[in-house]
Write a new protein. Sequence first.
Length: 289
Amino acid sequence: VIPESIPFTFSKSGESIAVMCTITPPKGEAQSMLRPELLINNTTYHHKITVLDYDHLPYMSIVQDATVPLRSMDIQIIDRPIAYIEGAGDDVAKALTQIGYKVDMLDPKDITPASLSKYQVVVLGIRAFNTIEPLAYKNKTLFDWVQEGGTMIVQYNVNRGLVTENIAPYPLTLSRDRVTEESTPVTIAEPDHIAFTIPNKIKPADFEGWVQERGLYFPNQWDPQFLPLLEMNDSAESPMKGALLVAPYGKGHYVYSGLSWFRHLPAGVPGAYRLLSNLISLGYKNGKS
């Protein structure tokens, strides 16, 4: 960490300051915890206060170590211009920029053949087909763009309250199927598929360390054009194949994912980054898209 220490002074109650430092990770994959310390009048402070203030809970102040998890990850990317259409709100676009992608936020009202022409990948945020009314008619524009060679990645939607049933270029039915055990085994159904080989070789270890859940609202019926890539289930339940579906459409690719990237990417799960990077790379061949 450079610099090792940063002098500061306060003259008023409630004053704050932002300081900058550079953290250089070791080579290869590594993880650690950063705990900044304040030295004031020969006393060291290293805590933070989190306030829980909700109508349905008693007011609480929680004192914890002010730690920040750090992780150095081995992630290969193929740089492709990405448009992100925000749904109910998540940090996936921010996570993608942190590993080197250039991501533009695209207003749904601005979805036109001309605006899409400068992108090779379009990613829809969580519950986009539940919350974005224009997708009831802008969906065809997106599918036409995929047909001309684009890669469209749709994150999970709730199966009720959709603005349109046509969330994919082929028939696709959402269910309430989910996998809530984050450590449940995952079977890679198509290990030789390009989604598991380029630019990152996806292995069973990439599904370790996931948080809170594997995914939710998986499709349970789909057109034969879709290829299910993963199989998983909670304990004592039947295997489900709807967590990750990929289909060719014209010159392009359509991906539907029930995986909870909106949880795993902010938590720094390397395998989630590596798998999503591979899906973003679908359609990239010999230096051309």
